[in-house]
Design a protein around this ligand. Structure first.
Ligand SMILES: Cc1ncc(COP(=O)(O)O)c(C=O)c1O
Length: 394
């Protein structure tokens, strides 16, 4: 399938790395639910163990179902290789610990995902790694910090939950000028809407728990990128052991076949709802990069082909209105999640940023009454009616 680069995204999402033939003519990639793999003789076993022959030894290291998923994601991301992990956070922490060492310096943004931020503020410094977090949209500040010298630049765009946009190409150029490796968390965009590798990012990160799998039934994470870096990450995964299970890999593969279809609906419904809410008298503010009023709209238009399925908004009326709106929504799961086929809504103050104090959230620019709304694939007319009915209760 690597030679068929002329095939379009939706075709690759179905076929890439899954041409078969599978045992017994099976129509889908089998779940190789096997912890280990047996060999006919010692020579063959030794050849696989030392990498001279293709094959599998032990599922913490590699597994045929996982390999299919990894090849598919690398093809869709336009990268050389990928590694799948048990969660998005396992992918992020493994990539960081595989690549960094004592004395290194990381430059990143203030608005990275809450868990990533904890790695930067709490764990990496314990290992003698310095982290500088820049204002997420002050690219001059980030460029200046990168130019001082660093080994790794870590980006995420659009950000969670305030949908800020980071200029990937600009900051990757700055990183490459000082020889730093770049990682971009592409969870909100997915490879349908954004290709960080084509914009210069060495590695691309996905919480596959979200849009990639899309059905809220699996936790998974994937790193993909340059093969020299991926070799180090694979090696770390073998030892740290946060490998994705074959069952998890199957669930992500099944979800990914409809990724293009789902993202088209997520994109168009989120745009419609964001525009509707922007005009709504019961709404103070709407954050969505597809709105021309969004400060990152121009960069998003340049680096994204769709603006994604997540938007955030603040209803009028403070705390009481927050509960009223959330509790009145019929077509939204009140849950700490996003990217599923079902609409999900929740306030960052009880989900992604629950561990921060109100002052810390204010400093991070997260209003106490912000609602993050992950638009599902339901009929958008029903979602608009549901939102209007909930807002009418204020
Ligand atoms: C942008 C982003 N990155 C990473 C993660 C972590 O992924 P997981 O929950 O699969 O560990 C999340 C989770 O919400 C996220 O939103």
């Amino acid at each position: 399938m690597t030679e068929n680069n002329d095939l379009k995204f939706d075709t690759l999402a179905v076929w890439a790395a899954e041409e078969g033939p599978f045992p017994h003519g099976a129509a889908v990639t089998p779940i190789y639910s096997s912890s280990t793999f047996a060999h006919d003789n010692l020579d063959e076993w030794h050849a696989v163990a030392t990498g001279r022959s293709a094959g599998h030894i032990y599922s913490r290291n590699s597994n045929p179902t996982l390999t299919v998923l990894e090849q598919k994601i690398a093809l869709l991301d336009g990268t050389q290789a990928a590694a799948a992990f048990s969660t998005g956070m396992a992918a992020i922490s493994s990539a960081l610990f595989a690549l960094l060492r004592h004395g290194d310096r990381v430059v990143s943004i203030r608005d990275s995902y809450g868990g990533t931020n904890v790695l930067f503020e709490e764990f990496l410094p314990r290992f003698g790694i310095k982290v500088t977090l820049c204002d997420t949209t002050d690219f001059e500040q980030a460029e200046a910090e990168i130019a001082k010298g660093c080994q790794l630049v870590y980006l995420e765009t659009p950000t969670n939950p305030t949908l800020k946009i980071v200029d990937i190409e600009r900051l990757c150029r700055a990183a490459s000028a000082v020889g730093a490796t770049t990682i971009t968390d592409n969870t909100f965009a997915t490879p349908v809407n954004q290709k960080p590798a084509a914009l210069g990012s060495d590695l691309v990160l996905h919480s596959a728990t979200k849009f990639l799998s899309g059905h809220s039934d699996v936790l998974a994470g994937v790193v993909s990128g340059r093969s020299d870096l991926m070799r180090k990450i694979h090696h770390f995964r073998e030892i740290a052991g946060a490998t994705l299970s074959p069952e998890g890999a199957y669930a992500v593969l099944r979800g990914m076949k409809t990724l293009g279809l789902r993202m088209a609906r997520h994109n168009s419904s989120a745009q419609l709802i964001a525009e509707h809410l922007r005009r709504h008298p019961k709404i103070v503010e709407v954050l969505y990069p597809g709105l021309s009023s969004h400060p990152g709209h121009e960069i998003a238009t340049r680096q994204m082909s769709g603006f994604g399925g997540v938007l955030s908004f603040v209803p009028v009326g403070g705390d009481p209105a927050l509960s009223t709106v959330l509790d009145s929504l019929r077509l939204a799961q009140r849950a700490a999640h996003l990217g599923g086929v079902a609409t999900t809504a929740g306030p960052p103050k009880v989900t992604s940023h629950v561990e921060l104090t109100a002052e810390e959230r204010a400093r991070a620019g997260i209003p106490e009454t912000l609602i993050r709304y992950s638009v599902g694939i339901e009929d958008p007319a029903d979602l608009l009616t549901d939102l209007d009915a909930a807002l009418a209760q204020i």
